[in-house]
Design a protein around this ligand. Structure first.
Ligand code: BEZ
Ligand code: FE
Length: 286
């Protein structure tokens, strides 16, 4: 019926799908069939006016125009629609006890310096000092030696170094550490602040039209890698942050929260009060 058929409102999706029958890539054909079916169903449910459809096309056009080498507006769109977190969840199902993953975000840099364990990643002495420490473990609780920990965070005003070139030192609040035999890690940073995702483009405008704020709760980013284990891309979140229950990109997971505990300890090397943040990461075997 549909393979040679003409387009009708009732058969619209199947007519289009059958036109793709000669596709050489079976996965592409499958993906396109699902997308066409759902897209046609959405259009039938919404019944957009022609003006509304043009508005949607112009929104996507503007989203494309906003993209540069360092700004990916389509990823931001995927983030605020919860699709980035859904793709992350599907591709990072973990065994019981393993640490959960969350979004990478746009502010990772590949060439952060490798630093000695215990180093201070805050290069401008700005913000509330913080000690971050814990262990990298397998799911049986054994330490993982030689794990690479790539960490980055926003400063006390909610900006990454790459957003404030010439204001923050290069590589401020980022570094790479390697665990020793006991699998432990420790370094110094400062308390990060919540911040808005880039909201000066069409995605920010959409958030405002939807009555949503653009903020992410305060967090530290991690990529942890060790031979024989799955790469873990994750964050640690501040449970007391005002945006902890309304992250603009849905990245928060209950298991990724840790208290930033005020502390004084004359043996710590800190003068006066500092924040203590302890978190163990558990890697799954690859
Ligand atoms: C981030 O945490 O760096 C981030 C994640 C998604 C969108 C924007 C920023
Ligand atoms: Fe971030």
């Amino acid at each position: 019926m549909t393979e040679q058929g003409f387009f009708t409102e009732a058969d619209s999706a199947e007519v289009v799908i059958s036109r793709n029958a000669a596709a050489k890539d079976a996965r592409l054909a499958e993906v396109m069939a699902v997308l066409i079916r759902h897209l046609h169903a959405a259009v039938k449910e919404i019944e957009p006016t022609e003006e509304e459809w043009l508005k949607a096309i112009l929104f996507l056009t503007e989203t494309g125009h906003m993209c540069t080498d360092w700004r990916q507006e389509f990823i931001l769109l995927s983030d605020i629609l919860g699709v980035s977190m859904l793709v992350d969840a599907i591709n990072n199902r973990k065994p019981k006890g393993a640490s959960e993953s969350t979004v990478l975000g746009p502010f990772h840099v590949a060439d952060a310096p490798e630093l000695p364990m215990g180093a201070n990643i805050c290069l401008d002495q700005k913000g509330q000092p913080m000690r971050v420490h814990g262990r990298i473990l397998d799911t049986e609780g054994n330490p993982i030696p030689g794990a690479k920990i790539d960490v980055w965070q926003a400063n006390d005003e909610g900006f990454y170094d790459v957003q404030q070139k010439g204001i923050q030192p290069d590589f401020n609040l980022r570094g790479v550490f390697r665990t020793g035999a006991d699998g432990s890690y420790h370094f110094r940073g400062v308390k990060p602040k919540f911040y808005p995702i880039p909201d000066d483009g069409p995605v920010g405008k959409l958030l405002r039209q939807l009555g949503r704020h653009p903020y992410r709760p305060a967090h530290l980013h991690y990529i942890i890698e060790a031979p024989g284990f799955d790469r873990l891309v994750t964050h640690i979140f501040d449970p007391d942050d005002p945006y902890i229950r309304s992250d603009a990109v849905f990245g928060v997971k209950e298991s990724l929260m840790a208290q930033f505990k005020p502390m004084t300890d004359p043996t710590s090397g800190f003068e006066g009060e500092f924040l203590d943040l302890e978190f163990d990461f558990v890697l799954s075997r690859s």
